[in-house]
Write a protein that binds this ligand. Structure first.
Ligand code: UDP
Length: 327
C-alpha cells in the first residue's frame, strides 16, 4: 500500500484526512508533535511523534516509511495569537515547512499537498476571491502561509517539488460517524464555541464586533465541511501521483454566512438559543472572506456534498455530544 506522510495528522483536519486516505486505499503515517493534536485522534494508520523543527527526526521518518507523498497540515492556526506572537508563526509554520521541504528533497519524495488559507488574501471587501486574486495578508498567520506557498514555488524551480496548494476558507463540521472531530484546547473557532455555549460548557459566546460593514454588522465567512475538504485532498494527491503537477485551489462553497446567521442555524439545529454577548472586534479579523472559485470543481472533479451550514452544525453537534479526546 502506498504510504502518505501526514504532518498534523493528530489534529482536526489531519485526522479526517487520515480517515479519507485510508478509505481511498492509502496508508497514512501521522507526523505530529502532539502540542495541539491528540494521540487518540490517530485512529487511521500509525503515529510518528516528532517536530517539524527537528530535521534529524524528519529524515528518520522518511527513511523508515518511504512515503510517496506528503500532506502537510501541521501548523499554528489562530489569527489572534499570530498577531500577539508572530515569532511563533514564522518559526513553526514557515521554518518548520522549510525543514519539511528540505527533508522531502533529501528523501526524493517530491509531491506535497499543502494546507494554505484564505487568510493569505487579506481584507478585500467586495472582491471575489479566486486563485488569481492578489494576496495581501493582514496577520502573521496569513503571512506565514503565503511565505510557504512562495517557498514551495521556489523549491519547485530548484528541485522539482510539486505542490497542490489548497487555500481553505472556514473548515467546520466533523466525521458523520463521529470517530474523529474538532477538539481544540483552547477552542477559538466559532461553531464549537457556539455549541459549548449552548450546552453550558462555557458561559456565553462573545460576538467579536457588530460594527462591520455587512448587512447585520458581523463578519462573513465561507464555511466548508471538513469531510468535503479532505475529499479534495485525496483528489489533489491523485492529481500529483498521476503526474499532472502542482496547482493552487481555493476550497470554499462560494456562499458567505455572518456570525449571526451561524448562530441562527445552530439554534435551529439544536433547538436551543445561543447564550451570547457582543464584544469588541478581534485583532486580525477580515470583514468578509468568501471563495469565488470553481477551479476545484471543474479541474479536480470536487463535489462538496455535506457543506450546507445545517449539515456542518448537525455533524459538529453529534461529535460534540459524543466525542472528545483526553490525551
Ligand atoms: N467569532 C466570534 N466569536 C468567537 C469566535 C469567532 O464572533 O468567540 C467570529 C470571528 O470574528 C470570525 C468568525 O467568527 O468572524 C469565524 O472565526 P473563527 O475563529 O472560527 O475562524 P477564522 O475566520 O478566524 O479562521
Amino acid at each position: 500500500m502506498q504510504k502518505v506522510l501526514v504532518t498534523g495528522g493528530a489534529g482536526y483536519i489531519g485526522s479526517h484526512a487520515c480517515k479519507a486516505l485510508k478509505a481511498a486505499g492509502f496508508e497514512p503515517v501521522t507526523f505530529d508533535n502532539l502540542r495541539t493534536g491528540w494521540r487518540e485522534a490517530v485512529k487511521f494508520g500509525t503515529l510518528e511523534e516528532g517536530d517539524l523543527l527537528d530535521r534529524a527526526r524528519l529524515d528518520e521518518v522518511f527513511a523508515k516509511h518511504k512515503p510517496v507523498a506528503v500532506m502537510h497540515f501541521a501548523a499554528l492556526s489562530q489569527v489572534g495569537e499570530s498577531v500577539q506572537e508572530p515569532g511563533l508563526y514564522w518559526r513553526n509554520n514557515t521554518g518548520g515547512s522549510q525543514n519539511l521541504i528540505e527533508a522531502m528533497i533529501a528523501a526524493d519524495c517530491k509531491r506535497i499537498v499543502f494546507s494554505s488559507t484564505c487568510a493569505t488574501y487579506g481584507d478585500q471587501d467586495n472582491v471575489v476571491l479566486d486563485e488569481e486574486t492578489p494576496q495581501f495578508p493582514i496577520n502573521a498567520y496569513g503571512k506565514s502561509k503565503r511565505a510557504i506557498e512562495e517557498m514551495l514555488e521556489d523549491f519547485g524551480v530548484s528541485d522539482g517539488i510539486e505542490a497542490v496548494i489548497f487555500r481553505y476558507f472556514n473548515v467546520a463540521g466533523a466525521d458523520p460517524e463521529a470517530e474523529v472531530g474538532e477538539f481544540h484546547r483552547p477552542e477559538t473557532h466559532l461553531i464549537p464555541l457556539i455549541l459549548d455555549a449552548i450546552d453550558g460548557k462555557r458561559a456565553a459566546l462573545t460576538v467579536f464586533g457588530e460594527d462591520y460593514d455587512t448587512p447585520d454588522g458581523t463578519c462573513i465567512r465561507d464555511y466548508v465541511h471538513v469531510m468535503d475538504l479532505v475529499d479534495a485532498h485525496v483528489l489533489g494527491l491523485r492529481r500529483l501521483l498521476s503526474g499532472d503537477g502542482g496547482r493552487i485551489f481555493n476550497l470554499g462553497t462560494g456562499k458567505g454566512f455572518s456570525v449571526r446567521e451561524v448562530m441562527d442555524v445552530a439554534e435551529r439545529v439544536t433547538g436551543t438559543p445561543v447564550p451570547h454577548d457582543v464584544g469588541a472586534r478581534r485583532a486580525g479579523d477580515c470583514t468578509k472572506l468568501v471563495s469565488g472559485s470553481e477551479r476545484a470543481v471543474t479541474e479536480l472533479g470536487w463535489r462538496p456534498e455535506r457543506s450546507t451550514l445545517e449539515q456542518m452544525v448537525e455533524d459538529a453537534w453529534r461529535w460534540h455530544k459524543t466525542g472528545h479526546y483526553d490525551s
